[in-house]
Design a protein around this ligand. Structure first.
Ligand SMILES: [Zn+2]
Length: 384
């Protein structure tokens, strides 16, 4: 077993906090087969128990009988690729479309797990959701992971101390301090009215993840599919493993599992992305309230960069910096312009006057006032 690296120090905005429970792994191994989204070939993923501190990793064949090699499921091995998350080694070995499987493992607290792919370099897409992975994990169960000395390790999570955010055009990703992990996600597809604007918010625990998030399938716009197919992508895509929505009519393969299934699926993907920040079998998802709006449009290069910024505080100005403050205002301004406010109540917290921001017109007259952090409540399904 490779020696676990020391936990990397996060920025001063984060600290590692014990969750009061041990790291877990699978109770025994389990396999699932299906088609790879991009290659279109049948592949099998075998999930097997790993030791405490090992984290999650893929095992790929070196070829020519030269044995096998580990590809850790961590952010430093993730690269941007069209429409999926890919993990690569320096030698060029890669594993594609890892996000739904990793999302399920992070969502269910399978902190340490080995994954071997047979038949190709891609994780099977299954029905386009994480439901199959959740069922596979539930079939074998999870247990406390032991290290090579037979001891368990306490699970840690990155605890956020102060608000952080990044934005790009009208997309933004924000994180607010919270004692629990919570994600609020928004999407907007004006080109496909059947999808339109959706918001979903939930706390993250394994029960909520398996019931409310995991069954949400990936989706695409019918009119954009042919372009992707001609570009050699999504060869394995079909009406069986993705919801397809026409820009001019509606869903081609109803019924949906949830009215807001597309939004929930984006949240599922985001959990998969956050899983890549896990270190040594600890939690990747921070103890924070993450609010994301249209962030998938800047997947993956900028998405990973943004997530890294959220974690590291690198190249990001503080909330008290003028520029970021303006960006923040603009994001919300655009939000109001592009959304119906009928299902949205924004309560501005103006308790902290030191954070009060007065927007002034050229005449010097204040035309808006907002303070940080704003508390946002969407009148949408919350946790059951
Ligand atoms: Zn997805």
């Amino acid at each position: 077993m490779p020696r676990p690296r020391a936990l990397q120090t996060l920025s001063h905005a984060f600290s590692w906090t014990p969750l009061g429970k041990p790291q877990q792994t699978l109770a025994s191994e389990v396999s699932l087969s299906g088609i790879g989204l991009h290659s279109g070939v049948p592949v099998t993923a075998r999930l097997f128990p790993a030791m405490a501190g090992e984290g999650r990793y893929f095992v790929v064949s070196e070829g020519n009988g030269n044995g096998r090699r580990r590809v850790p499921a961590t952010i430093d091995h993730a690269v941007g690729s069209a429409l999926c998350t890919t993990l690569v080694m320096k030698e060029g070995k890669r594993v594609r479309t890892v996000e739904h499987l990793l999302s399920a493992l992070e969502g269910l607290g399978v902190d340490n797990c080995g994954i071997e792919i047979e038949g190709g370099d891609e994780v099977p897409l299954l029905d386009g959701s994480a439901k199959g992975w959740v069922e596979a994990v539930e079939q074998v169960g999870v247990c406390v992971a032991k290290d090579s000395n037979g001891s368990h390790k306490e699970k840690m999570a990155p605890f956020l101390h102060k608000p952080k955010f990044v934005c790009r055009k009208d997309s933004f990703l924000m994180a607010f301090p919270s004692s629990k992990s919570q994600i609020t996600y928004g999407i907007n597809f004006p080109q496909a009215p059947a999808i339109g604007c959706q918001w979903y918010s939930c706390f993250m625990d394994d029960a909520i993840y398996s019931k409310e998030i995991a069954p949400s399938r990936t989706f695409c716009i019918y009119e954009e599919v042919e372009m992707m197919r001609k570009a050699g992508l999504i060869q394995g895509g079909s009406l069986e493993n993705a919801m397809v929505c026409s820009a001019t009519t509606s869903w081609l393969n109803p019924p949906l599992h949830f009215d807001d299934e597309p939004c929930r699926h984006k949240l599922l993907d985001l959990v998969g992305d956050f899983s890549l920040f896990a270190q040594n079998g600890n939690q990747g998802l921070p103890l924070a309230h993450i609010i994301a709006y249209k962030v998938s449009i800047f997947r993956h290069h900028a998405m990973f960069l943004s997530l890294t910024m959220i974690y590291d505080g690198l190249h990001i100005q503080s909330f008290h910096g003028f520029t970021t403050r303006i960006c923040f205002i603009l994001s919300f301004h655009q939000y109001f312009l592009s959304h119906s406010t009928t299902n949205l109540i924004v309560l501005i917290n103006n308790l902290n006057n030191s954070n009060l921001y007065n927007g002034k017109s050229k005449t010097g007259k204040a035309h808006f006032t907002v303070s940080f952090p704003p508390f946002i409540f969407w009148n949408l399904p919350q946790n059951k």
